[in-house]
Design a protein around this ligand. Structure first.
Ligand SMILES: [Zn+2]
Length: 388
């Protein structure tokens, strides 16, 4: 299969060729040891997003570990805004120039995914959102996608390997194929209930052959108290208004005493529909493409200092910067490194703290980034202060 090894990545074989060419030129001219500082910044965010959730930090640190560089970074799961540097590397340019492609590659897509997951979580009003979208990406990406979705706030992921990587149980219900093969919904649900361990939630897919209300009631009658929930994954050709369908399913289940049966919806969901459905009484969401193929964040890496002198290409502010984040309103201010801020320009509070911290010194780790669980908890703790 077409999957580079970890060694390929760390040795720069997944790099754009021009980095290898410039390295050769600099070596021939005796300039490969020139000390530079580079910063990684997104000038703007996709779809007019005003904030992003940083993801990919732990892989970036792994790539740079052992190189003769100092690395400052925001932490995994930190919120950042356009124009704020999220990563700073200082060292001889030849030590890391062939790693730029891989470093940006570890950050751009995963940050888009984590941000989208956080936005879906806000849209859902805190109700569970599960990452169901790894089929929309190459399988080599499945752990990366699920991990980023989880850090962004997803309550679980469908991928077996992705779930293992974050130390969670994978989440899933049943595919239509099973019900189609049985040719009878009730037989399929009963067999599922009979053969799977007790800790697998009994969530019946209720849109295969008949109307969602009809199948939801059939499932509730067939499995009785064992039924935990129903999942609606209605194809777009049969949809009508999903909000109305959900309200009707809820009403008819409640009327017959099945008010503890939860309703899960999946299939083509994005922020706006999630918000409408959450209002209508949906209890949980399976989100696929919107999260796994979230827009990428166009981070770029720019030289801002050469041998201690501020120097940058036009359009990029030169000199080393620090981002000061307000712990109260999450606003921020970018200042030249060494300059202390006053009070927060957004809320006037005194809660400004430096967002870029040193993780590697001379290639050695001096701090560990947040684990996936810690990063997710951190993101969830910020969501009530962020808007869509
Ligand atoms: Zn503030």
């Amino acid at each position: 299969m077409f999957i580079p090894s970890e060694r390929d990545i760390k040795e720069g074989r997944t790099a754009d060729v021009y980095f290898h060419r410039v390295l050769r030129v600099l070596e021939k001219e005796g300039l490969a040891d020139t000390e530079v500082t580079v910063e990684v910044t997104a000038k703007s965010l996709p779809e007019g997003w005003e904030w992003g959730v940083l993801c990919g930090v732990s892989e970036v640190l792994e790539i740079l570990e052992g190189r003769d560089v100092d690395v400052w970074c925001m932490d995994e799961g930190d919120v950042f805004r356009p124009g704020e540097p999220v990563l700073r590397i200082r060292g001889p340019y030849g030590e890391f120039c062939v790693l730029e492609t891989a470093i940006l590659g570890c950050l751009c897509k995963t940050t888009g995914i984590a941000t989208k997951a956080a936005r879906c979580k806000i849209a859902a009003g805190g109700k569970p959102v599960y990452s169901f979208g790894i089929r929309r990406q190459h399988p080599a990406m499945s752990v990366v996608v699920d991990r980023a979705a989880y850090i962004g706030g997803c309550d679980g992921v469908s991928g077996v390997a992705g779930a293992e990587a974050i130390g969670e149980e994978p989440v899933g219900t049943m595919p239509h194929s099973m019900i189609v093969i049985f040719g009878d919904q009730v037989e399929a649900w009963r067999a599922f209930h009979e053969h799977l361990p007790e800790d697998v939630p009994r969530v019946a897919l209720v849109d295969t052959f008949c109307d969602e209300v009809e199948e939801a009631l059939m499932a509730a009658e067939a499995l009785g108290d064992a039924l935990d929930g129903v999942r609606l994954d209605t194809p777009s050709s049969r949809r009508g208004d999903m909000v109305e369908i959900v309200r009707e399913v809820r009403w008819e289940l409640d009327l017959r005493g099945y008010d503890d049966v939860s309703i899960m919806v999946s299939g083509g969901l994005d922020e706006e529909e999630i918000a409408r459905l959450a209002e209508a009484g949906v209890d949980a969401f399976g989100v696929g493409t919107a999260i796994s193929d979230a827009p990428t964040v166009d981070f770029s890496m720019d030289v801002v200092e050469v041998e201690g002198e501020p120097r940058a290409k036009r359009g990029k502010p030169s000199g080393v910067k620090q981002v000061w984040r307000c712990s109260e309103c999450l606003g921020g201010v970018v200042l030249p490194e060494g300059e202390e801020p006053g009070s927060c320009p957004s809320c006037g509070g005194e809660g400004l703290k430096p967002a870029l911290r040193k993780f590697l010194e001379g290639g050695r780790r001096i701090e560990e980034p947040r684990s996936e669980k810690e990063a997710r908890e951190h993101v969830l703790s910020l969501l009530d202060r962020l808007d869509l």
